[in-house]
Design a binder for this molecule. Structure first.
Ligand code: GTP
Length: 235
């Protein structure tokens, strides 16, 4: 196995599957299966999932809602998705623990870094909910922060595209995909991998990022086994 400890970042929107809103059970189960395969191979897994399938803070702001208020609603949305992933994984016999950045002790543990690391060492998938617990930060930033805190080897950003392209492949037929790219090149070329806060945090802490297509079967497993999947961003 190429990576001993990973942080998997999933988008909330991906959980919608073919639906326009909420959680598609088929997609949820498919993701849980992909994660289980990596878990069975002995990889330590932490997960951060977005909340955009339920609520998007930024769009709420456009509608006149206070930004901070909207961001907190978005954080709660990530907890709902985290609980869904937790339930799906446990249904497959995968041990999990959910920790939230905002205390809600009836539902899950509070985020405690040292406890999260112990859980990982004991073979539990740890899901981090409620983002960073602060407004103005995306779930990409939360994923990056948690990955650094638990000393993950890599952050795996599961998306709908199979990597980073020189331009938007849906608009430009000459777009080329990068197998690897450096942080500097991403800045220079103005490519979008994550928001700048998250991306810079990765760079400054020497945390490699792999952008890959989470919807393609076995991609996650192959990637963790060291096969060429997606695009690797490294120093
Ligand atoms: P170890 O003792 O280190 O093996 O970890 P553990 O997670 O098995 O022990 P613990 O007694 O902390 O937790 C037992 C169960 O209670 C686990 O499913 C935890 O997720 C859950 N749990 C622990 N703390 C909290 C909490 O503050 N709130 C909620 N809702 N559940 C909790």
């Amino acid at each position: 196995m190429n990576y001993k400890r990973i942080l998997l970042k999933l988008s909330g929107e991906a959980l919608m599957g073919e639906k326009g809103f909420g959680i598609d059970q088929n997609r949820l189960m498919a993701y849980a299966q992909e994660i289980k395969a990596v878990y069975d191979a002995g990889c330590q897994i932490a997960i951060v999932i977005g909340g955009g399938n339920i609520f998007r803070g930024i769009q709420a702001e456009k509608g006149g809602m206070d930004r901070v208020h909207g961001d907190y609603m978005g954080m709660l949305a990530t907890v709902i998705n985290s609980m869904a992933i937790q339930s799906a994984l446990e249904g497959l016999g995968v041990q999990t623990r959910l920790q939230s950045a905002i205390k809600m002790e009836q539902i899950c543990e509070p985020f405690i870094r040292r406890k999260a690391v112990r859980h990982l060492e004991k073979g539990r998938v740890v899901i981090f909910g409620a983002g960073t617990g602060n407004p103005y930060f995306t779930t990409d930033s939360a994923a990056t922060l948690r990955a650094i805190e638990i000393e993950a080897d890599v952050i795996l950003k599961g998306t709908r595209v199979d990597g980073i392209y020189s331009s938007d492949p849906e608009k430009d037929k000459n777009a080329v995909k990068y197998d690897t790219i450096t942080f500097e090149e991403v800045y220079e070329k103005g490519l979008e991998v994550m928001d700048m806060t998250a991306f810079t945090l990765c760079k400054e802490n020497n945390l490699p990022i792999i952008v890959f297509d989470m919807n393609k079967k076995d991609n996650l497993f192959n990637l963790v086994q060291g096969k060429k999947v997606g695009t690797l961003v490294e120093v």
